[in-house]
Design a protein around this ligand. Structure first.
Ligand code: ADP
Ligand code: MG
Length: 683
């Protein structure tokens, strides 16, 4: 058998250096690339019954020319040509724009096939595709024609022919990868056939079957890879086994200012079990905003410390680093832990000092941004790495993190619950813990969406709430591209509120302020010396002022759903029913839709599901480096049922001890080898 991935396209007739280059630009290098370069759509050139065609529908008909083509010119370049056609005894007219050159090819009495838009009232077709010769009609009409993404150097027809050619030459080399029993069980077309049909389907039914087969294959192979990784992680990866005094840890938990929720207790146990076991922890901790992940992270870091290791917490932004640094200090410093912060914007000298502390083992916990995975950081006994908002870190960065130190245990935290289908695809090699319960004392939040012209009513509402002793956030978006303007907005809103709300005190907080200024404003707000906090997004995560019961979000349509949900999570933390007011005049339908979703639900999982629907998986996870596999046929938003089936099948296969030996599984096994997974992980 030849490996088609190793056969260059230059082995095909007529493909020389320049063609090769042009194809390479499309990502096609091997014959395998070519035959798996699937169409993104099909044009339907099957003959239509005009009796049944709807007005303005696209139709394809065969007819006999029974008039001389008449051409009218509009200037030198534009023309309209009209003919009359006899279609099974019915006379219709057809016209072409700017294709007068066809006239010389047409003769009365000739049979032609045309495709275009049908005008039912005028019995007229505006033609966009013509099949003149009997040969063209025979090979192209009646088919679903594949449409590929092409370039100026690779034309559609050429690509079609070349792909066809590749199949003629190499069809027998396309090997079946799926075990026979699976093909039988789901009645799947053989691989070579399905691949061919995806390019050149006889009809919709063939296309459907081909697709079904390829989607299943793609997803099964993917899941197999993930399951295998997971199995290897479990059984082969020698991680650290943490040993710590459970009594000491329990004492720490006892002394927290609140009892853990049931869900927190459960995930803490899951994490501690991972820490103690000799396999490397690779766990995703998900929980809605405010569900109390930070304290769980704190407990894990403390257990790690008690076992004699350094711990690191990596976050995507400097602000988050500040916040986590502050909460971890408050939580752990009383127990004698040294906590340091490492971020990209630190002064060289300061950074050097911190790096020194880390290397010497004088830092027990390091909180920081991406700076944490830069090469120059030398850890001493790194035992646990926690990342917050993990989906903002790409797969590569996640892997980099895991490779630091002596296989530290890794915990990924996210406040954006990831819909199950995505979670099992992107983070499928991980174990998942979910905090599905809010701490007691969470209050309901009423959400309203109002237009900007209601602003004065909102101001009086804020005033009324403050008179009752409550506090309010007013958030103004700050988007990088228009930072200056946005900052001005925040200033304007601040000044306006200061005037109209007096003597109620208003504070302003934004990212351009120095750390000390920020702390001061936050401090005043926490102490209720300031009642209204106007802020750019800095309060997005981490701030906790239970007395704040009003969240006003200005220009709310400029935020994504996940962000809005996070912001809203800042209220409803005690002090009675809270209110979230979205102030927005959305300019787009998607903006309207986001506002609607926010008023309809406060359930983070539901919101995240809707978010995924709006944005699609790539965007949802932050396109690049999202870790989202590039599927050729499968589509995760559409094919999740097949995904679940493939996942179950993959897990059965991987659990089977005979997997590596069974003849029927040979190809699947080889696939894992080809992906370098097996060698790489047994090294
Ligand atoms: P998130 O999951 O969004 O990171 P945090 O860890 O910031 O949530 O917790 C939100 C707030 O809830 C914090 O002020 C924290 O102290 C508090 N909290 C966490 N767990 C509990 C609990 N079990 N009971 C009461 N309050 C809690
Ligand atoms: Mg948090």
């Amino acid at each position: 058998m030849i490996d088609l991935k190793k056969v260059s396209i230059t082995d095909l007739k007529g493909v020389g250096d320049s063609r090769k280059e042009a194809l390479n630009e499309l990502g096609i290098e091997s014959v395998y690339d070519l035959i798996t370069y699937f169409p993104f759509r099909y044009d339907d050139y099957r003959l239509t019954d005009l009796q049944e065609a709807e007005h303005e529908e696209k139709v394809t008909v065969q007819g006999v020319l029974f008039s001389e083509p008449s051409v009218r010119w509009f200037g030198k370049k534009k023309s309209k040509m009209t003919v009359r056609l006899d279609i099974e005894g019915v006379a219709i007219s057809a016209s072409w724009f700017n294709q007068a050159y066809l006239k010389s090819k047409m003769q009365q009495g000739q049979t032609i096939v045309v495709s275009g838009k049908w005008d039912r009232h005028k019995l007229h077709i505006t033609v966009d595709r013509t099949f003149m010769s009997p040969q063209e009609q025979q090979t192209q009409v009646g088919r679903l024609e594949p449409v590929y993404s092409i370039s100026s150097r690779v034309k559609m027809n050429y690509l079609r022919k070349l792909i066809h050619e590749a199949f003629m030459q190499y069809k027998d080399e396309i090997v079946e990868v799926l075990p026979g029993y699976i093909c039988e069980q789901y009645r799947l077309r053989p691989r070579a056939q399905a691949m061919y049909d995806l390019h050149f389907p006889q009809d919709q039914k063939h296309l459907y079957q081909a697709r079904r087969r390829m989607i299943y294959e793609e997803l099964l192979l993917y899941e197999l890879k993930i399951m295998w990784l997971k199995k290897i992680n479990r059984t082969e990866y020698q991680g650290l086994s943490h040993t710590f005094s459970r009594t000491q840890l329990d004492e720490f938990i006892q002394k927290l200012t609140f009892p853990l929720t049931g869900a927190q207790q459960r995930v803490v146990e899951e994490i501690l079990t991972d820490l103690q076991s000799p396999t490397q922890m690779n766990r995703l901790l998900q929980g809605d905003v405010g569900s109390g992940k930070t304290v769980v992270a704190g407990i894990a870091l403390y257990a790690n410390f008690l076992s004699g290791y350094q711990g690191a917490m990596m976050v995507p932004t400097e602000i988050l680093a500040d916040q986590h640094y502050a909460s971890l200090c408050a939580l752990l410093e009383p127990y004698g832990l040294q906590i340091v912060k490492l971020t990209g914007n630190m002064k060289v000298k300061e950074k050097r000092e911190v790096l020194g502390k880390i290397q010497m083992g004088m830092a027990d916990i390091i909180v920081g941004t991406h700076a944490l995975i830069q090469e120059k950081v030398i850890y001493r006994q790194l035992g646990l790495v926690i990342t917050d908002e993990q989906h903002r870190f790409g797969v590569k960065q996640r892997a980099q993190l895991r490779e630091k130190g002596e296989l530290p245990d890794v915990l990924f935290m996210t406040a954006t619950p990831i819909p199950r289908t995505l979670a099992i695809t992107v983070f499928g090699e991980m174990d998942v813990s979910t905090i599905d319960e809010m701490p007691a004392g969470r209050e309901p939040i009423d959400t309203y969406w109002v237009k900007k012209d209601m602003w004065s009513r909102i101001v009086s509402f804020i005033a009324k709430e403050c008179e009752k002793g409550r506090q309010a956030y007013v958030i103004c978006p700050l988007i990088e591209e228009s930072e200056k303007l946005d900052l001005q907005n925040a200033h304007d809103v601040f000044e306006q509120l200061t005037t109209s709300l007096a003597p109620i005190r208003v504070g302003l907080l934004h990212g351009r302020m120095t750390a000390i200024e920020k702390e001061e404003v936050m401090g005043c707000f926490e102490q209720n010396e300031v009642q209204v906090l106007v802020s750019t997004t800095v309060v997005e995560v981490g701030v906790n002022v239970p007395n704040a019961t009003v969240m006003v979000i200005y220009d709310a349509d400029r935020f994504g759903l996940a962000q809005l949900h996070q912001l809203r999570g800042r209220v409803g933390r005690g002090g009675g029913t809270s209110t979230c007011v979205l102030v927005a005049d959305p300019k787009s339908e998607s903006g309207n839709e986001r506002m609607r979703v926010m008023t309809e639900t406060t359930d983070g999982f539901e919101i995240s599901r809707r978010d995924l629907e709006f944005r699609g998986p790539g965007d949802f996870l932050g396109v690049q480096q999202s870790g989202l596999p590039q599927f050729k046929v499968a589509d995760l938003t559409r094919d999740f049922k097949i995904l679940e089936i493939a996942r179950t099948d993959a897990s059965t296969i991987v659990a089977d001890d005979r997997f590596s030996e069974s003849k029927e599984m040979k190809r699947l096994w080889e696939y894992l080898h080809a992906e370098n997974l097996i060698e790489k992980n047994f090294d």
